[in-house]
Design a protein around this ligand. Sequence first.
Ligand SMILES: [Zn+2]
Length: 158
Amino acid sequence: MNKKKLFFRLVLLMLILFSVKKVFFSYPDIITSSPEEAITDLDQLGPRTERLAHKFLEKCANEGLPVRIIETYRTKERQEYLYSLGRDIPGDVVTWTKNSKHTNRRAFDIVKDIPGQYYSDENFFRRCAEIGESIGLEAGYYWKVQDSGHFENNGLVK
Ligand SMILES: [Zn+2]
């Protein structure tokens, strides 16, 4: 094969790989991306985490648990903004890390979708945590520093 042919084949291969990457590894544009605003779209999660989130919601719905997703993917800017709350900016400390699984598209947060009971129903969060863990999610409910509404795909369960 001459060098010219080889070159064109390489270019063709790169074009194919590039379009495959675009189809399988891109995410829809985020409409709101100011650091103060949470993104709640499931399609902003990584493919496996998105599948797990759908499965989780389905199982919760089957048991009549009113789950609402309040955050999925978090931009680096938002994570840094949240980290600065209670540190550089007045407010309560809401996160202990700059490297949350949210910024890797592998975590989502929920509340109980009933006004006045967003975080207060212990039984609700325990049952959701059990369901989450049963399908391979890690539930922040079981953490030493509890984060009841948090679920993540830690990649440990296949
Ligand atoms: Zn979270």
